[in-house]
Design a protein around this ligand. Structure first.
Ligand code: NI
Length: 170
């Protein structure tokens, strides 16, 4: 397993739309292992998307279990994820491994339903809420070439240099 270099804003590869995964093979699973390693190496990271390491495929990892108050499903490999339902909206502070110097407030759906495949191609449906739902929405944005900077409530009033406080998403 290897820690992969993470692309940072304004790398143009972060603006591209990722392609669906079609082959669920050993090469894919080796990449997932490297991506897990990369997420664990990131400061306080709770999610990562394949395009952040330059692989333009629809694959994200999410793990909010390090946040004591965040209910979640543990470590998830979510491939070709599709949000099928949204409910409510809530403002929360986000950061990103690809935007290391800033955090910002972003409006996200409070509850979502999600369908995604695992590294063996098995399709699962999830009901998610709160912080885990926020992280999933943030990571799926990476698959569509969007950063939280593109959704921040107010760039001028709201974008802050990263301080000592831990942000609400990565
Ligand atoms: Ni991010």
């Amino acid at each position: 397993m290897a820690v992969l270099p993470v692309l940072t804003y304004p790398d143009p590869r972060l603006k591209r739309v990722a392609e669906p995964v079609e082959r669920f093979d050993d090469e894919l699973r080796a990449f997932v292992a490297d991506l897990e390693c990369t997420m664990e190496a990131g400061p306080a990271a709770v999610g990562i998307a394949a395009p952040q390491v330059g692989r333009l495929q629809r694959l994200i990892l999410v793990d909010v279990s390090s946040r004591p108050r965040a209910a979640g499903h543990g470590r998830l490999v979510l491939i070709n994820p599709e949000i099928t339902a949204w409910e409510g909206h809530v403002v929360g502070r986000e950061g990103c491994l690809s935007v290391p110097d800033y955090t910002g407030n972003v409006i996200r759906a409070e509850r979502i339903r999600l369908a995604a495949r695992d590294a063996h191609g098995v399709l699962t449906e999830y009901a998610m809420e709160g912080f885990e739902a926020r992280v999933v929405q943030h990571e799926i944005d990476h698959l569509d070439g969007l950063l939280f900077l593109d959704r921040v409530v107010s760039r001028r009033a709201d974008l802050r240099p990263r301080g000592g406080r831990s942000p609400a998403g990565r």
